[in-house]
Design a protein around this ligand. Sequence first.
Ligand code: SAM
Length: 217
Amino acid sequence: MRNALPDGVERHAFGGDGDGDGDCRLATRGEPVYGEPTDGEWRAWDPSRSKLGAMLELEMETNLAGGDTVLYLGAASGTTVSHVADFAGPTYAVEFAARPARDLLEAAASRPRLFPLLADARKPDTYAHVVESDIDVIVQDVATRGQARVALENRRFLADDGRLLLAVKARSEDVTRDPAAVFDDVREELEAEYEVLETKSLERYHADHLGIVARPL
Ligand code: SAM
């Protein structure tokens, strides 16, 4: 049996002749953001453009239910976080690069629950006055050196029964090392403050990436 998708995320048939034999893809309801296929109010969620999309497609147990409070670290121009804000509750989207943050603002214009924050995820004090505590889910996709440290720094926002959904990019830590060794190190560092519940290679959609689901200790 497939793991349940969050409320507001469905497998939707795009294309085809209307009798359900079209291309069945993950989808949320909202305004399109990155040129993805649409069908009425549904928009396809492309797992090859989104680590969280890949984690759902690969049936990782994200614990996302729909309506959750989310802190999203590394929002870039909003490809993934726009899907999250389509089905989640308040969604705080942290991005420190000004250029993608401009596009993120555009994605947020039609999404009243999406709150873009131009901030450095390594400095949570700079957004602690905005982000509520007891966040249900932290999604992290910063693709930068020190990915475990970012997760540790932001642990303070997470509810006791919350989840960290982390995409680790091995090459961002060290391009010369074996990705498996990098993943081991990241996991070990995380385990100071998190229990790792599940790991899965995202290789089918994203080279040298590991998906991790963890909960706070
Ligand atoms: N998660 C995005 C998506 O799926 O649509 C893609 C994120 S991209 C792989 C990584 C992003 O993390 C970049 O836009 C980068 O600027 C941002 N980033 C890296 N380090 C960061 C930091 N310390 N604070 C905030 N954003 C950071």
